[in-house]
Ligand binder design. Structure first.
Ligand SMILES: CCCCCCCCCCCCCCCC(=O)SCCNC(=O)CCNC(=O)[C@H](O)C(C)(C)COP(=O)(O)OP(=O)(O)OC[C@H]1O[C@@H](n2cnc3c(N)ncnc32)[C@H](O)[C@@H]1OP(=O)(O)O
Length: 142
């Protein structure tokens, strides 16, 4: 069974996700690699979407990902797992917002959450010409 040891560890240490749930989705067979696990790149893209939704709300409109800190994939994600991405603010700059995104999964037919990876994603608030703008500027949300 994938990741059972870490689940037990999470329960024992009572580790909980940090931040606001931004994306929750079901993993599908089309997202697997040649080993039958979910592609790390697919997980990364879901985390980027989660951070983009979170930063879009905070920055009142469009944002673009400018940087992603090094990440460690702690354990594999399987088909049928439910991926949950939680976001919290690490740093607010003038035009940028750094967001910690934690990825957790609920294993297929189980109930406990297991942390699979986390990373800091930085977004820049951009205007309609795709130029940086203040994260506090009020833009039309489109
Ligand atoms: C109710 C509302 C709901 C809304 C709901 C929305 C939902 C929406 C869902 C979308 C879901 C899909 C989301 C996919 C998200 C992409 O896929 S975005 C695509 C990938 N990213 C790109 O193509 C961006 C390409 N880069 C660029 O266009 C330009 O670099 C940018 C972003 C316009 C920035 O321009 P620049 O001249 O390079 O920026 P610069 O002035 O040097 O620096 C800007 C800020 O970034 C910081 N920065 C620069 N380099 C770095 C670095 N390496 N590390 C950290 N920070 C850095 C600077 O310090 C500065 O921050 P501040 O000090 O102002 O706070």
């Amino acid at each position: 069974m994938v990741g059972k040891n870490s689940e037990t560890q999470n329960e024992q240490e009572n580790i909980q996700p940090e931040g606001e749930l931004s994306v929750r989705t079901l993993t599908m067979p089309c997202d697997t690699n040649h080993n039958g696990d979910i592609f790390g790149g697919w997980v990364l893209s879901q985390m980027d979407i989660a951070g983009a939704i979170y930063s879009g709300k905070r920055c009142n409109g469009r944002t673009a990902t400018i940087a992603i800190e090094a990440m460690k994939f702690i354990q594999p994600v399987g088909v049928g797992d439910i991926l949950c991405c939680y976001c919290s603010t690490v740093k607010e700059g003038n035009t940028s917002l750094s967001v910690k995104v934690e990825a957790w999964v609920v294993r297929k037919f189980e109930t406990e959450r297991v942390k699979v990876t986390s990373g800091v994603f930085t977004y820049v608030a951009i205007d309609e010409d795709k130029r940086p703008r203040s994260i506090n500027s009020k833009t039309v949300l489109k």
